[in-house]
Design a protein around this ligand. Structure first.
Ligand SMILES: [Zn+2]
Length: 123
């Protein structure tokens, strides 16, 4: 085979429904996350059939055994933070991206500080 005849994957584009972004969807009961395309109807957990919570692309699922981290995730979700990108004004007048907290203690401060910058989820 010569290089000139090689046809890469771009010659065979995927159907439109397969080209969409995959977003993490978390099940707090099973402490698992699944990457699925955004949908109008909520997905169900394949293990416990609970409703999966759609999260932003910033979410990185903790290990299943790391219950402290999952408690932090649950704490943030209960208060409306869905791991979407947050921006906050900085000292020099610009808006900068805010990183999500790592521990429950940091999450408590985070919720108080950034509750006003929450936007309603896109419908
Ligand atoms: Zn589940």
């Amino acid at each position: 085979m010569t290089v000139g005849k090689f046809r890469n994957h771009k010659a065979y584009p995927k159907p439109r429904h397969q080209r969409r972004y995959l977003l993490p969807h978390a099940c707090l009961q099973c402490r698992k996350a699944f990457r699925k395309p955004p949908a109008a109807q909520a997905y169900r957990c394949p293990h416990c059939a609970a409703t999966l919570i759609e999260l932003g692309r910033n979410f990185c699922a903790p290990a299943r055994s790391d219950t402290d981290q999952w408690n932090t995730v649950a704490f943030l979700l209960q208060r409306g933070f869905r791991f979407r990108t947050l921006y906050a004004p900085h000292d020099d007048g610009s808006c900068r991206r805010v990183s999500y907290p790592a521990t429950l203690a940091q999450a408590r401060e985070f919720v108080i500080r950034y509750a006003s910058s929450l936007r309603p989820p896109p419908s």
